[in-house]
Design a protein around this ligand. Structure first.
Ligand code: ADP
Length: 188
């Protein structure tokens, strides 16, 4: 069974590529960013907590995020694999995901989408014009990129050591980026 962690900086195209992968491979898609924005829109307590942190470009605490992810996994009805988009974002989350999958006799591969920082900033500023996302402004983007380097990037090494790591050059067009992903997914 195919389980994928789609990984990369904010603005690296995780959401876009996830859609393409879902379309071709029929996987379940769990986007933690979307889950949180859903909670914010619904006006829940969790949403209020998330909003405060997201607006500052910070991460939601691991414990909270892990329990959200676990219940999302439990609620899936289709037996197909899962594409994890936005999770894990810390090594602690990577450890938790490994355990959650192990219990289900599964594992995941990580696709690391590398995009130059200037390009990522350009994309996010552009997205901010239409997304209505309060975190797509220059100051918050800078903060998110710092958090990404410090807390999220080490997740790559975690997968590298487990031989479940694949690098993708995300600087190319959407099509060409998907081509690289597709070539890898056909082989595993
Ligand atoms: P992007 O990849 O553009 O930063 P996301 O939609 O994946 O956007 O996430 C938006 C925000 O939600 C993040 O900046 C972070 O504050 C929060 N978030 C999402 N997923 C996680 C996670 N796994 N752990 C902690 N915080 C998260």
């Amino acid at each position: 069974m195919l389980n994928i962690v789609i990984f990369g900086a904010p603005g690296s195209g995780k959401g876009t590529q996830s859609e393409r992968i879902v379309e071709k491979y029929g996987l379940n898609h769990i986007s933690t960013g979307e889950v949180l924005r859903g909670e914010i829109a619904a006006g829940t307590e969790l949403g209020a907590t998330a909003q405060r942190l997201i607006d500052k470009g910070q991460l939601i605490p691991d414990e909270l995020m892990i329990s959200i992810l676990a219940s999302k996994l439990d609620s899936l009805t289709s037996g197909n694999g899962v594409i994890f988009d936005g999770f894990p974002r810390t090594v602690a989350q990577a450890e938790a995901l490994e355990l959650l999958l192990e219990r289900r006799h599964m594992k995941a591969v990580l696709l690391d989408m590398f995009v130059e920082e200037d390009e990522v900033i350009k994309r996010l500023l552009n997205r901010g014009k239409t997304s209505g996302r309060a975190d797509d402004n220059y100051e918050t983007i800078k903060k998110r990129l710092q958090v990404y380097q410090a807390e999220t990037k080490p997740v790559c090494t975690y997968y590298l050591h487990r031989h479940n790591y694949f690098a993708i050059n995300g600087n190319y067009s959407m099509e060409d980026t998907f081509c690289q992903i597709d070539n890898i997914l056909r082989l595993i």
